[in-house]
Write a protein that binds this ligand. Structure first.
Ligand code: HAM
Length: 419
């Protein structure tokens, strides 16, 4: 016997009934994105490797450790996208979308790929729901984007969400700040873990991401960028906070939130949910005013977020949400003639907007009621020869077991009343 083939590690199949939850969250998010004036963008799953090397920076964990990079048959180095922000910016520059008027408001729902160590909530292929608002430096746009992400979680039904907010300033602020941070790290070098010791030279901001308890204690004493912002960056940050307060979006100040991508400037934020263990970030984002120039484009500011769909679903499940079924009505038929009628009836009920499933195999009545139960339908419409002769159907409400009859005429309306 040949060995059965399983999916690659860290690349999960999304199966019913969970897929229903994924779909529900995704559709809710898309509805919100559209109502905020965002339009959909799609880009290829792979890009020239250089896009990420330049856009995410050579020093970031994603570029050094986590990219799926390969050579194609023409010996070009390509990479499966590890995020969507750089590809969206590449596309905006390449097609001169800015000419259509700014800000550009784009959204996406796409798989992204990172070669991370798989664990609960951390995958190598995962779907991000995200938006990028490009072409405006207004702090009100930061607040609007953050408020939009908060609404996605709200609409999905996750209540215990924390929004962490910070500003890492513009590159000028960071060049003032970094020597102070490096001096602090050097003074504590011997006490830091080997990974953080390496980061002192390569990427000192990342030391704030360390999970080693003794390092976390040391970093509590480190100088903070939020204390060293220039006047313009401090004013921008205050305006973002004021607007969030006005929009009634609660947040906590997170002065060590630097995030794992190097294109950020000024606003950074992250949403966490309870009940998810260490992989509790259900979304994150920020402003990336220098990204366009990093990848060869004109000066073009931007702000956006990416939300992890699978983690949102895990958070929903942790809070006990039961997956809803999409089937509302199940048609059971008990003779070949009844089955004929049921097929036409299914078509017309679906046209009237109901979600309908039915038996197509002529199974026994018992088997059909079992299938109806499994489908999650709230109503079963039963058609036998007796009903056919009278031009009626029997409607059973699955939760109470209550039965009634209804004429075929006006059935959709009657069913909608009962749902
Ligand atoms: P990120 O924080 O790297 O940001 O990812 C955004 C979200 O994707 C995370 O908060 C998390 O929910 C989810 N996520 C990340 N890695 C994994 C994984 N291995 N498995 C499952 N879910 C994961 C970005 O990617 C930025 N491009 C966001 C952004 C958009 N910033 C500005 N615009």
């Amino acid at each position: 016997m040949t060995q059965p083939i399983s999916a690659p590690r860290g690349a999960p199949d999304i199966l019913p009934p969970d897929s229903r939850l994924h779909e529900q969250v995704e559709l809710g998010a898309i509805d919100l994105f559209r109502r905020h004036g965002f339009q959909r963008i799609e880009t290829p799953a792979f890009e020239h490797t250089e896009l990420f090397q330049r856009g995410l920076s050579e020093g970031s964990d994603i570029v050094t450790k986590e990219m799926y990079t390969f050579s194609d048959k023409g010996d070009r180095s390509l990479t499966l996208r590890p995020d969507m922000t750089a590809p969206v910016m590449r596309s905006v520059i390449e097609h001169n979308l800015a000419a259509k008027g700014l800000p550009l408001k784009l959204y996406y729902v796409v798989p992204v790929f990172r070669h991370e160590r798989p664990q609960a909530g951390r995958y190598r292929q995962f779907t991000q729901l995200g938006v990028e608002a490009i072409g405006s430096s207004s702090p009100y746009l930061d607040a609007e984007v953050i408020s939009l992400a908060a609404q996605v979680f709200d609409a999905a039904g996750i209540d215990e969400v924390t929004l962490k907010l910070n500003s890492i300033g513009h590159p000028g602020c960071r060049s003032e700040y970094l020597p102070k941070l490096v001096a602090f790290l050097e003074a504590h070098r011997e006490l830091l873990c080997p990974d953080c010791q390496r980061k002192i030279e390569k990427n000192p901001l990342r030391t704030f991401d360390c999970k080693v308890p003794s390092d976390i204690e040391i970093m509590k004493q480190a100088p903070l960028i939020s204390d060293l912002l220039c006047e313009a960056c401090a004013a921008h940050h205050e305006a973002v906070k004021d607007t969030l307060a006005q929009l009634e979006v609660p947040f906590v100040d997170a002065p060590t939130l630097v995030r794992g991508l190097d294109y950020y400037s000024r606003t950074t934020f992250e949403f966490t949910a309870s009940g998810l263990g260490s992989q509790d970030a259900i979304g994150g984002g920020g402003r990336y005013d220098g990204l366009s120039e990093m990848i060869g484009g004109p000066q073009m500011p931007g702000v956006g977020f990416g939300l992890g769909l699978a983690r949102i679903v895990l958070a929903l499940k942790a809070h006990g949400t039961v997956p809803a079924s999409n089937v509302q009505v199940y048609l059971a038929s008990f003779s070949p003639d009844a089955q004929r009628v049921a097929r036409s009836l299914a078509k017309s009920l679906r046209r009237d907007g109901l979600a309908v499933d039915m038996d197509l195999d002529g199974r026994s009545g018992k088997a059909q009621f079992k299938a109806a139960d499994r489908s999650g339908a709230r109503l079963v419409v039963a058609i036998g020869d007796k009903e056919l002769a009278e031009g009626i159907v029997t409607v059973k409400e699955m939760s109470s077991g209550q039965e009634s009859t209804s004429p075929l005429e006006g059935l959709a309306h009657r069913l909608k009343e009962l749902l």
